[in-house]
Design a protein around this ligand. Structure first.
Ligand SMILES: Cc1cc2nc3c(=O)[nH]c(=O)nc-3n(C[C@H](O)[C@H](O)[C@H](O)COP(=O)(O)OP(=O)(O)OC[C@H]3O[C@@H](n4cnc5c(N)ncnc54)[C@H](O)[C@@H]3O)c2cc1C
Length: 466
């Protein structure tokens, strides 16, 4: 088989790239390892809010760019940050032209949320919802321009001729080997969040104790293939995710929402010994990473008092209060910290002493005296002082990994020396260099996917004309 372009993965990033190239008359095949007509990938499960670091895509691109650098603690590659900031809106407009429908989301930075919305009070609902409709619309457009998705085709290794990637090989779900030649390959396989071995190397010594808040398809094939072909891979630490009720492991109604981030922003997180272990002020994504990286990822407990439970616990849609209770999650409630400690299996006097000291320093505005320090970065801490008190056994939920194949601003995969690896691109959650760093900076999986996908295809088309 031979085509102008072959894309690995039929999520939003791969389909955006494939459709854009097909629109320009190129022969395109998009490989999708899953066989089902409506294969369930992250793009199908997505909530569908196109944003940039929780800022509206209608914002001034310069503001968006500086926000990306700020949120990632200057970890983001500047050229990549600029590309996302400049083309986020353009990519949405391009999708709208294909007939993909967006609506305003419930919050002011959400001018573009896929329609119909997928949020549901109990677990996941994707059929006929935003992500599902988007993928089907993209596929229809692909077919209209002569392209196709090859379902049940898993890409496994890249072919090279000299320094150039010239195609790939793989296996179908029936066990047949296949080989495809192409002028370029775009890797869009969605990250490595579902691969325990890869997670063990960079995210957590206990990957089985991290909850898979995703479709379970991202096995990191793209990273492995690209590395074997000589591509550079970024720092693989860091994932986008949230802190969830630990009961999500056994209760499907408890993911992808509600997440506990807003309670954590005002409250306290302790380990099973009653000790704080990470600054709650860093936000829910950072806390999820800290829980995953800790020795004991399934031994963490979120503490709140009545004020936090009622004020912060009810923030946002599908808030923990009352969604956790409605869906059967464990929420311990007690009239005193001592009693609460007993319910959680923590030594009561120890927890009481920790909370007393914490409250005194928070009231005095001296959170920096705590170990670890309690900053007021994203949300101000409240004293945990008003009965009744609450304790929620928690876990880290991983949505997608932030690191990946190193790319430049037109999504070309890079060699170890930083030069482009001819014929190879990486897009969406397969690509690294935008999100992560010490602050676990989250920019937005969808905007990253649509912009890198569009740019990869446009660069490829430009190369053909040159
Ligand atoms: C519950 C949930 C809510 C979310 N909400 C938001 C949100 O509101 N806003 C936001 O910005 N982001 C959100 N995200 C993240 C966003 O949806 C993802 O970042 C985005 O969809 C990723 O797209 P992708 O194309 O990179 O990967 P995916 O959608 O994961 O697609 C990759 C595809 O590649 C296929 N594949 C994998 N390996 C191979 C192989 N070897 N050969 C062939 N095919 C392969 C997979 O089966 C899959 O279909 C959410 C994610 C989830 C799970």
């Amino acid at each position: 088989m031979g085509y102008d372009l072959v894309v690995v993965g039929a999520g939003v990033s791969g389909l955006v790239a494939g459709v854009r190239a097909a629109q320009a008359g190129r022969s395109v095949r998009v490989l999708e390892k899953l066989q089902q007509e409506r294969y369930v990938c992250n793009s199908r499960l997505t909530t569908g809010v196109w944003h940039c670091c929780a800022m509206d895509l209608l914002s001034d691109p310069e503001l968006l760019e500086s926000r990306i650098m700020d949120v990632t603690g200057h970890y983001a590659q500047p050229d990549l940050a600029r590309a996302i900031a400049r083309d986020g809106l353009r990519s949405v407009r391009w999708m709208q032209q294909l007939g993909i429908r967006f609506m305003k989301g419930p919050f002011n930075y959400q001018s573009f949320m896929l329609s119909p919305p997928s949020l549901t009070p109990q677990g996941r609902q994707w059929e006929g919802r935003g992500g599902d409709v988007m993928l089907r619309t993209l596929e229809t457009e692909l077919i209209r321009h002569g392209g196709r998705i090859l379902r049940g085709h898993r890409a496994m290794r890249l072919l090279k001729s000299g320094e150039r990637v010239t195609g790939l090989q793989g296996e179908t779900t029936d066990g047949e080997q296949f080989s495809i030649n192409a002028d370029a390959v775009i890797i869009a396989d969605g990250g490595f969040q579902a691969n325990p071995e890869m997670l063990r190397r960079s995210i957590s010594a206990n990957p089985e104790k991290i909850f898979q808040r995703n479709a379970g398809t991202g096995m990191g094939d793209g990273i492995s293939m690209a590395q074997e072909a000589g591509a550079q891979v970024t720092d693989l630490r860091g994932f986008y995710g949230h802190v969830l009720s630990k009961d999500a492991f056994s209760n499907d109604k408890l993911w992808p929402y509600p997440y506990l981030d807003y309670i954590i922003g005002a409250g306290i997180v302790v380990d099973r010994h009653g000790d704080r272990f990470f600054d709650e002020g860093q936000g829910g994504v950072a806390m999820a990473n800290a829980i995953a990286a800790s020795q004991d990822p399934d031994g963490k407990i979120v503490l709140a008092d009545d004020r936090i439970w009622k004020e912060c616990g009810t923030q946002r849609l599908l808030s923990p209060n009352p969604t956790l209770l409605n869906n059967g999650a464990t929420v311990h409630k007690a009239d005193s910290i001592v009693e609460l400690a007993g319910l959680c299996g923590i030594e009561p006097a120890k927890l009481q002493a920790m909370v007393d000291r914490y409250n005194a320093l928070i009231k005095a505005g001296q959170g920096d005296q705590l170990t670890p320090a309690r900053t007021t970065g994203k949300q101000s801490p409240y004293p945990v002082a008003i009965a009744p008190f609450y304790a929620i056994p928690a876990c880290a939920g991983i949505t997608y990994t932030m690191g990946g194949i190193a790319i430049n601003d037109v999504s070309q995969a890079l060699n170890a020396d930083g030069s482009p690896l001819s014929g190879l691109y990486a897009v969406g959650c397969a690509a690294g260099g935008l999100e992560g760093g010490e602050k676990y900076g989250y920019v937005g999986g969808l905007v990253k996917s649509s912009v890198t996908g569009l740019r990869a295809a446009e660069h490829f088309l430009g190369e053909l004309q040159a």
